[in-house]
Design a protein around this ligand. Sequence first.
Ligand code: BG6
Length: 494
Amino acid sequence: MGEQGPCHFVIFGATGDLASRKLLPALYALEALGQLGPALRFIAFARRDWQCADWRAHLGASLDQHLGRARDATVFARFAARFDYLRGDLGDADAYRRLREAIEAPRAGDCSNVVFYLAVRPAEFPVVVGHMSAAGLGQAPARHRIVVEKPFGEDIDSARALNACLHRYFDEDRIYRIDHYLGKETVQNLLVFRFANTMIEPVWNRNYIDHVQITVAEAGGVGARAGYYDRAGALRDMLQSHLMQLLTLVAMEPPATLDADALRDEKVKVLRSIRPIAADAVAAHAIRARYGAGQIAGKAVLGYAEEPGVAADSATETYVAARFCIDNWRWRGVPFYLRTGKRLARDFSLVAICFRQPPQLLFHDAGAPPIDPNWVLLSLQPDECMQIELRAKEPGLNLNTRVVRLDASYRPAGGVAMEAYQTLLLDVIREDRSLFIRFDEVEWAWRVLDPILRAWATDRTAPADYAAGSWGPPDAERLFDRPDHRWRNGIQDA
Ligand code: BG6
């Protein structure tokens, strides 16, 4: 993008897992697409005692491992040439002084536009911003901004404390809180689907919609992340952020404009309208479980309790399902069912909107089971697609009906998907905050989930197991209001 002026992009934790798996491949992909301006420089900040050449070798090896395709030598040369490597400990004040010198070096040009990406553990955020501030980084120029990853806090109190710490040095509009789900194309397409089509908006409410299901299922287990995950669990790791964000986008009112605050104001209104769950009603609204041993794609896998790094007395859930009610004019009476878990049957994420039955069932034999209602299905992964299920006449002499699917997918088969991080990193560089989370969104999401966390904290017995490779605990069906409701476990699952 020719219009991008000089920009410095500092990556703290540049040799870490997040940088290797997500950030560097996404930045490389932007380079390949010609989206990085000529005056964009990266500074890789990490502990290893390396020279720039060592870093570049690492960069190449790391891309080879995580890019998912062969890298192009010309693109890589251009990309690698943008990097400087700065050796430093996060707790070493002198490293930040050297960082400032690197940013202000005469050959670096204008140094007012700087991104500081904290690809480090949240516990280290206070140390980093404190040292940055002492070194005079991130303060005065309004274009110095920080990017932080979820989880933002472990509950409402720790989130507020962390926020207060960041606010000592950065105004809210210079803090970019990433939730990478907002960078996924289907998630953005949800906004377009809802607000660019006159057909959709009039039926997007309690008069026509019966209930909403949001599923994010993963076949993977905790892998090497047990140290983090065992303290977090599925509610903190996924529900509080990714799934609550999906819920707000399904339920929000049309924003006045697409600017960052207009969008985020509407999302906050949804969170504020979620009916608080009373302490004695938690069991009826939320279910937790953890995976036991089982089989994924024909291979035996360990149960969560046996995974390396999981505490012997762990009570952490790897699955959560919950029901929420939104008490506003649009949604009162429409349950929202959310669930997520690890080691489920397969990777599968779906927003499924179930419509009401027609008021008169003309094409329905007395005594027969109810006909399938209409559904709008927005699939996030593995396929990014959008389908609408309707009923049509079955060909033939009889007036029988069957389900037909209108496919409204927007990417041609075989088209290359844009990675969520590509979108979000470009937005950070362009200073567009619309797809980043404002603190009141974080705070309200914690507020909604706090009663569940509190109830679970008082019961330290391990949650019930579900078999790895299954769709989770059968108990999760009991969240539904009606006996004919059930979870959709696939796009073609009617
Ligand atoms: C992360 C969670 O935020 O999202 C992980 O910490 C999870 O536990 C991941 O696996 C899922 O992301 P995606 O994009 O693969 O669905």
